[in-house]
Design a protein around this ligand. Structure first.
Ligand code: EPZ
Length: 417
């Protein structure tokens, strides 16, 4: 079990390159199931979750060849198996995103129910009710989703919540449905726009991606995609917070300001300087940090995936901050670990009160989920002495070579086997 050791106190300085977005790459890989032929995906991040997704495609009959770092060719001529097994789905919930493409291409899919995870129950009821609205017959048995449809029919679907995965599954399914589908109350995340761009490149007819109403006119068949994955806005946001918490000066290369408006606004409110430049986003922070009021919400609101990172930052603010986590029901797992470093945080339901002016002291801590791990790394950068973070396989799911990138910025960080 690898661990990461960080000795805090060094301001981060220099440039860091953002990798391709995990949460765009995963649905894009699933979308290759929609069309035979050889797809090409570029700017793929080198992450455990991507490896898991490639393994899943392989089980189904799609074969992936790496032709350069971050570039893969996926041949989806023969999709023989329409089953996503439990042992894979439980390691990566996003596997449920094969459901829509398999139903659309083969008329059948058997996908293990993802089950919950550290941050919440994470049901998929919206995915299923949307597919039923399109004529799919859905049975749940022995922990599996069995879905059948001669041919999906276009429908007007109203999502109860703007679910990212639900929007992605239904968007992909609708591209090959008979007739027109409208997804109302759709998620507006940038990853949805990236997926829609790739689907349009495959010949899909989609309007309104990025708005809360997406219209899809089904077509008879699609051609392979040739697409470059968008930059990872959450990785970018994490490095922006790293610059602020370490009182450094960092250029986050290829970060896209339009994907990070809420994060930029909050960083500026906290007193950091944020400059949006053609190469990316530069964050400098020398003065005191101001406390904040943060409420997570679906895009374009403040992203829940940046909540843990900001909590670490706000332990260093000149006063008390309040964070409300409104998207997931249990996304404060990082609090108890931050408290081990000396943070003073009180949780009451979905609200966390974070005292500022806290001297963080290095200690052994344990990662519990992907973004919680990132928040421990950030706190360790500001802590006295050395912090040892275990269970960093959580970190490897969503951050490519994080210790290398941070060490390149001057952090005293190393991975020990
Ligand atoms: C995606 O998860 C991301 N994962 C998550 O990132 C991110 O936190 C989340 O969107 C919200 O932005 C990927 O893209 C692979 P949701 P997803 O469906 O699609 C409830 C990370 O750290 N819900 O928008 O699973 C659900 O329980 C990960 O990179 C239903 O009730 O998120 C949650 O409370 C973590 N019924 C809320 O909606 C449903 O059918 C948002 O979930 C679907 C969701």
């Amino acid at each position: 079990m690898d661990k990461i050791l960080i000795r805090g106190g060094s301001p981060l300085r220099g440039e860091v390159q953002v990798s391709g977005a995990k949460n765009a790459a995963l649905p894009l890989l699933c979308a290759t199931l929609l069309a035979p032929g050889t797809h090409e995906l570029r700017n793929l991040p080198n992450l455990r979750d991507i490896d898991t997704a490639v393994q899943l495609l392989h089980i189904m009959g799609a074969h992936t060849t790496a032709i350069a770092p971050g570039t893969a060719r996926i041949n989806a001529d023969e999709i023989a198996c329409a089953e996503a097994p439990y042992d894979l789905v439980r390691t990566m919930r996003a596997s449920v995103l094969v459901l829509g493409p398999l139903l659309a291409r083969l008329g059948y899919a058997r996908v293990s129910l993802p089950g919950g995870c550290a941050i919440g129950a994470r049901p998929v009821d919206q995915h299923l009710s949307g597919l039923e609205a399109m004529g799919a017959k859905i049975d749940l048995e022995h922990g599996y989703i069995e879905a059948r449809a001669e041919r999906l029919q276009g429908a007007r679907i109203y999502l109860d919540i703007p679910t990212v995965g639900g929007t992605e599954n239904l968007l992909m399914a609708a591209t090959l449905a008979q007739g027109r589908t409208i997804i109302e109350n759709a998620a507006r995340e940038p990853e949805i726009i990236d997926l829609a761009k790739a689907l349009q490149n495959m010949g899909a007819q989609i309007e309104g991606a990025g708005s809360d109403a997406i219209t899809i006119h089904g077509v008879e068949k699609l051609r392979p995609m040739n697409h470059a994955v968008m930059p990872d806005r959450i990785e970018a946001g994490t490095f922006m917070v790293a610059a602020a918490i370490s009182r450094g000066d960092v250029l986050v290369r290829d970060a896209e300001a339009e994907h990070l408006e809420a994060v930029i606004s909050k960083l500026r409110q906290s007193g950091a300087e944020v400059h949006c430049v053609p190469e990316g986003i530069r964050v400098r922070c020398e003065g005191p940090l101001q406390p904040l009021r943060i409420k997570t919400s679906p895009h374009p609101g403040f992203p829940t995936d940046m909540q843990a990172q900001f909590m670490a930052l706000l332990t260093q603010a000149e006063g008390t901050s309040i964070i409300s986590e409104n998207v997931f029901e249990n996304r404060f797992m990082h609090v108890s670990e931050l408290q081990r470093l000396g943070a003073r945080i009180r949780v009451d339901g979905r609200q966390a009160t974070v005292d500022g002016r806290v001297e963080l002291l290095g200690a052994p801590v344990m990662a519990t989920d992907l973004r919680a791990s990132a928040s421990l790394v950030l706190a360790a950068l500001a802590a006295e002495n050395t912090t040892e973070i275990s269970r960093i396989y959580h970190l490897d799911r969503g951050y490519e070579r994080l210790e290398e990138k941070l060490s390149h910025l001057g952090a005293d960080i190393r991975r020990v086997r």
